[in-house]
Design a protein around this ligand. Structure first.
Ligand code: GLY
Ligand code: MN
Ligand code: MN
Length: 439
């Protein structure tokens, strides 16, 4: 047995730090770590590092902060970490010392966290722009505001101090959008484990199966097979719960004749998979369920077929929307020409969400979907979901009236994870059939 995954080598992290610092120019970026959150009194939630800080430094410990300077001499990364503390380490385990942090992260300088306030004014010296997310880190923000004030007051004699404050996502989102080989290996591992978890779940389906048991089978496989655990709250929605897009209580018992929509994924090394299948609880679709399932699956296939470098996110969505609108016309739920119905967005009461989102360290990963008026052009190395759905919840029933009565409570979503490759695409979750055997 080997470790679940190896830490990213410092030389590789250094490449990311170089790329970020090139984009920074003469600016500085401050990235605080995620705080420890308490669920009650002294009981903590499991710790999850901040995605941006992790991407740049590989740091996973709480109470850390990074300052990255750009410039002609290359990156200069200073990390502030909690110092060794025998009392804290008794409870939470050994902390790395400064040398170990430096060796593991590629940082130029490692200082104790208590020195942030003293060090920040120097760290901002001579930079015109500060990349820092205002409003997101109250504790650090107080130090940042103080450092800015001090940098400005020195400014009359030694430059003028930063004049612009910009969200770090401006630099980091673009870099994180294109996945490197290390990231793709982890997303693949997460997708493979998630597929196996769904295969285990399929053996449990049957009349009167509780939603929570299906959730338990999935999540036990996630962890048992070496995943981190759920990358987002597991959705097991039976009957009309399938129409609640982010249903999460999983407290109902699924009945024969109903559908159950399952949307779940593990992460591995913090990189997520995100998979949805919709099953007939007792193995056989009704005619209405089959018709809806078929059109959603066709929309999924049509959208995936579009994916290649040079295609846009909007083209992927349009392919799904067109097939779903055709299907709604075929079922008599919409009337008119498909082109006009698409232009009027008549499908929206039935398909109220987008077809895709980016996938990576965050399940809804970072990166703009449009640049100005133009939809994002896909490039090799990007990873996105394709997840069309049709839901006959209250909104759709209101819009379609009596015609939709036979479909009331039917909700179908089918979701795959797609890597854009130089030649086109690769479906990372293709190992799990979209239509259940015998359905
Ligand atoms: N699981 C959330 C989503 O599919 O976007
Ligand atoms: Mn999903
Ligand atoms: Mn998704």
């Amino acid at each position: 047995m080997t470790n679940r995954f190896d830490p990213l080598p410092a030389a590789h992290l250094r490449e990311r730090q170089k790329a970020a610092s090139q984009a920074l120019g003469s600016a500085a970026m401050i990235l605080p770590g995620a705080p420890v959150r308490h669920r009650s009194r002294d009981t903590e939630y499991p710790y999850r590092p901040d995605s941006e800080l992790y991407w740049l430094t590989g740091l996973t410990a709480p109470d850390s902060l990074a300052v990255l300077r750009g410039g002609e001499d290359g990156p200069h990364l200073t990390l502030f970490v909690p110092p060794r503390d025998p009392e804290a380490e008794l409870w939470a385990g050994a902390r790395p010392d400064a040398d170990e942090v430096q060796a593991g992260t590629g940082a130029d300088l490692v200082l104790p966290l208590s020195e942030v306030a003293d060090h920040l004014p120097d760290a901002l010296d001579g930079c015109d722009t500060l990349y820092f997310r205002l409003g997101a880190h109250p504790r650090t923000e107080a130090h940042v505001v103080d450092a800015l004030r001090r940098a400005r007051s020195r400014g009359q004699r030694r430059g003028r101090g930063p004049r612009r404050i910009v969200d770090p996502g401006e630099v980091l989102d673009e870099l994180r959008l294109r996945k490197d080989a290390y990231e793709l290996a982890l997303i693949r591992a997460a997708a493979d484990i998630t597929v196996r978890a769904f295969q285990a779940l399929e053996g449990e389906l049957g009349p009167d199966v509780p939603e929570w048991r299906l959730q338990a089978v999935l999540e036990s496989t996630f962890r048992g097979e070496g995943g981190d655990g759920p990358a987002y709250p597991t959705i097991v929605g039976s009957g009309a719960n399938a129409c609640v897009l982010h249903y999460g209580s999983n407290e109902r018992v699924a009945r024969a004749g109903e559908l159950v929509l399952v949307d779940a994924g593990t992460s591995v090394g913090y990189y997520a998979a995100d998979l949805t299948r919709t099953y007939p609880v007792d193995g056989r679709f009704t005619a209405e369920q089959r018709a809806v399932h078929q059109m959603v699956d066709q929309a999924r296939a049509a959208a995936i077929a579009v994916i290649r470098p040079g295609a846009t996110v909007q083209e992927v969505h349009s392919a799904a929307v067109t097939r779903l609108t055709e299907g709604l016309v075929e079922l008599g739920l919409l009337e008119g020409e498909v082109e006009g119905l698409v232009a009027e967005e008549s499908y929206k009461p039935f398909f109220p969400h987008q077809t895709s989102h980016w996938l990576g360290l965050d399940v809804h990963d970072v990166g703009d979907y449009a640049l100005g008026e133009s939809s994002r052009v896909l490039e090799a190395g990007m990873v996105l979901t394709v997840e069309p759905g049709i839901y006959f919840g209250p909104g759709a029933l209101d819009a379609a009236g009596e015609r939709a009565e036979a479909f009331a409570g039917v909700g179908v979503r089918i979701e795959d994870d797609i890597l854009v490759t130089p030649e086109g695409h690769e479906n990372l979750t293709a190992g799990l059939p979209t239509t259940p055997a015998g359905g």
